[in-house]
Structures are given as C-alpha cells and as structure tokens.
Design a protein. Sequence first.
Length: 637
Amino acid sequence: MSDDRRRAPGGRPASQRRPSGHSDRARAGGPTRRPATVRVTSARAGTLKVGDPRTRQRVVTLVTLVILLVFAVRLVMIQGVNASELSVAALENRLATSTIEPVRADIVDRNGDVMATSAQRYHVFVNQETLQEFQRIENRQVVAEGPLDAARILAPILGVSESELAADLVGDKTFQYIAKYVTPETWGLINAEGIPGIDREPVTERQYPNGNIGGNVVGFVGGREDKQGVDWGLAGVEAAFEDELLGTPGSLTYESDARGGTVIPTGVLEEEEAVPGSTVMLTLDRDIQFYAQQALDEALKVNGGSQGIVLVQDVKTGEFLAIADSGAVDPNDPGATDAAARGSRAVEDIFEPGSTAKVITMAAALEEGVATPTSRYIAPYQYTTENNQTFKDSHEHEDQKLTLSGVLVTSSNTGTIQVGEDLTEAQRHHYLEAFGFGSPTGVGLPTEVGGILHPWQQWDGRTKWAVLYGQGVATTALQTSQVYQTIANGGVRLQPSVVNGYETADGEFIARETDEPRQVVSEETADQLMLMLEDVTESGTGGLAKIDGYRVAGKTGTAEAADENGELNRLVSSFVGVAPADDPRIVVSVIVWDPKSSIWGGEVAAPVFKDVTTFALQALRVPPSGPREEMYPTTWE
C-alpha cells in the first residue's frame, strides 16, 4: 500500500466506508441489502434523460416542421395547381349584378299625338343612421342638426307636414322611403340642401296626357307581385303589347368589397345596355276619339241609357279611328273606376244584334241567288213557320206587299223570315260565321270575346228562324261594325285593328301583321246591299241619321242583352251606318243600353250617329257625295 493512501477515521480507508444510508443492523452483522443501481449514460452517446428540456425542444421543432410542410404543400396547390380556379371563385364572390330596366316606350295615335309616355322620376330614401350625423354650421354656429331639423328643411320641398316627414326620418333604419315619383326639379332642390343620408333611386312614371280619352283602349300599368320594381301593362294596349313597349332589360356587373356595399373603383365593371321598347302606334285618331266620347256621354244624359259605345272604323283598312266607351277609365287613376268598367265594353259586352243583323240574311239570299232586291213578299204583322213557330213585327199592321229591299227598309221580321225560308240552316250559319259572328276579331285588345254562335245542328225549332233577324246569337259591338265594313268594302272583310304598327328606337317602322282579307260576298251583292241600306235612311227607320251633303247607308236595331244573372231583360238600341254611301270611307256604330227616352234605335242611336259621323267626315276632309242614285222599289202591286 502506498504512503499517500489515507485512512478514514476508525482506521479504514475512505473507499471502505459504509454508505450513509445503512442502518445499525448492518453493523451488527444482520443481513445487508445491495443498493439500487442507477445507470447513467453519457450525453455524448445521444440519449437524453426523460424530462430533459432538450427533448421537449426537439419534439416541438419536429411538429413545427411538419406543420410548415403541410402549409407549404397547400400553398403550392393554391398558387400553382388550383390558382386559376380559386381566383375565379374569389372574383365571383366579389361580383354583383343589377338589372337595368329599359324605359317603357310611348303609345301614340295615328297622327303621332302621345297617348301614353314615361317620365323620369325619383324615389327619395333616407339612411336614418347617417342622418343622425347631420349638422349645418353657419358663421360658426350650429343652425340645424339631426333628423328633426332635416324634416323642417325638406317638408316644404316635398309638400308634406314636418311631423309626417319626421316619422320617416327618425330611427335607426339604413333604408326608408320618404317620397316617391319626385320630379327631377324637386330632387334638385332636395340635393342642394346637402343633407347626409338623403339619396334617390331613378324610376319612371307612366303618364297619360289625355286623361280618359281612349283610356279603355290604351289601358294602364301597375305593379305585379312576381315582378317588383317595374310597371307592367294591366289592361288595354298596355297589356296586349307589353313585349313591344317594354323592350329588353340590360345588366350592370361590378366588383365590390367583402360586404358588398362599396364598389371597387379599379375592379370589374361590365355593362350590357338595355334595349329600348318600340313605340306603339295606334289607329285611333285622338280628336275623333275625344268627340265620340263627348257625344256619347251627352247622349246618355238625354236618353237615360245606362251605358253606350260609339265606334268609328275605316272601311278601306279595317282600322278603328275611335272606340268610345261611356265612363271611360282615366289611366292616370284607374282606381277611381270600378274594376268591371276598366276594360272596353266594345270587345267585352255581348248582346243580340237584332235588326242590324238582317243585312246578313239579305246578303245570303242575294249571294245564293234565291232573291233579288226586287223579289216580292207579302209581310203580315204575324207569321207562322212550317214548324208552328209564330213571329211578329214590332208594330201591328195590315199585310204589306214588300220587295226584298222593302223588307230591309221597313225592318220587317215576318218578311225576313220568309226570305230565310229559301236558305238552309247550314247556309244561314255559314253567312253568320263568314261575316265574323262567333269568333274574336283579333283587334288587339286583350279581353276581347267571340260572342255566341252555336252550331246550326244545335239550333232548336225557334232559334233557326230567330237568327235570321239577329236573335239567338250574341255579338260584340266590334263584330257588328265588321259586318258593315265588309259590305261597304265591296264584300271584302278585313281584320280590324287598333294598332297600326311599331316604331323601333332607331326609327324603323314595323307594320302589325293582320289576317288576309276575305271575300265574303261578291262586289255585286255588296253594291246592291249598299243601295238598299241607303234607302233605310232615305225612307225607312233611319231617317234621323241623314247628313246634309252626304249619302248615308245604315240600319237600325232594337234587341236584348243579358243581365248579370244571364237573363235577357236589358234593352239595346243601335244604329250602324256607312258614309259616304256612294264612296264609303267610314262605318260608325252607336249602341245604347237601357235607354229611357225611347226603345228604338232610329230615335236613340241614329242622332248620335249623325253627330259623330259629321265631325269625323270633316276631320278626315272627306268630300261631299255626288248625285243620289235611284233606289230599288220597296213595295209592289
């Protein structure tokens, strides 16, 4: 043992000392427990103890690297592989599209006078939150602030009370209308006040400068639940020619911020312009229409009728120069007229034409060769047919020896039935149908009906005779006028119209298409009928329709119409005439319901015919007639 080895106290070397954890039992010679062995591996070998900070650091680093790798891969996908697709999707989220409604086109009469037009207007609205910041300073003094002072300033401009306006200005709404259909001049005054939160949206307002003149033909517009923010045609030409008037909407696509409230100035801005509608050109003559309505309303005051219609139709074209309904609706305020009267009775109301339809029986007899204007008949007051159906004339009289012309001139029912005995039921039906009964005329008004004309096989034992003098069938006023237009036009029936055509925004005129003309009876038959009808005004029931300087042909009528319950208990008096008879230019029809002064068309309707026809002939500058022709004999011996 070397000298430098030291001994521990007690004589033992330090290396032989007992661990401090040993008990006295060990020293006493009792069994001893070997101490637990703890293996310590050097850090240089790369293994760390559990809980070592360096372990946690390495785990965190590894997780971070994994996350960064995921993001890197995702970024490569976004910017590389899916860049285009995602860019498009992001742009679409920022794009907004609004519709640009075209201005509704005008409706004008045949001379270009405006019947309906659209004026620029504004709906004024408020952002109540923004308005709360309103403050006006003059000479360093606050002279107005807040919604109440804004109401004080704007009320006189809008023509409303301050309290009424203040109710719309106070609150926290971001949008609230305060006035609608404000004129550009009024908006200019509002805008000049510079009140924050007050703004406007452009709209158009439909205006009818002639009021109720032609109102039942022109129609009116209004809103629809399925199409908000746009005026739509609800009646008349406004409804029937909606597509032509409205045009095609455009669109404005723009890029906005995430909330969609602010337009990005440098973003996408694409505009597709709206295509303007086409001006609808009516066949009506505003002046003749005005006069016809005035004459009708005055006549109803005199004769006590409940309603009436006056029509003025061009013989050569079939165009209507006037369709006058009593109590015509004012399209500026359609709500002031009962809903049932806002359309045109001329195409909606049906009635038995009565004696005005006798001309069809005469036309059939002449065309089929079973009679001539001078064919002879004995017309009693009362006549019984082969199937025991008895018919009477309007007045009791002795037997009359009448020619075919005389039967028409005196309007004899019993004589007309005898003429019809030589026509089969199929022939009677054919001519009624050929002259237009039973089908809509296609005039261009949306509520037109076709009347009633049953198949001849369904006629009962009385109807087959009654149709010969205008009963057992029901027609509109337009269909009755069409009969006389056909006769006056050499037997050629034309499709009537209230619309002449359309003028596009670039000035191109497009004529409205109509049906091909139809030759109903020969020109010879038509000429014979015209001379027979002229004698009705010369020596027959239509004497009050005569006009100085003009030859007039026409026919009176007295018949019935159904009430709201379908009962035939309403009286209808009428006169339909042509002038000048020698060179026909116009057909004028006058129909009056429930007259009180008289039941006869020659007394109730013929004077109105004379008044309106005289004005129309002058307005159209139709020259006077030539010498009168010799009439057919009306009686025989």
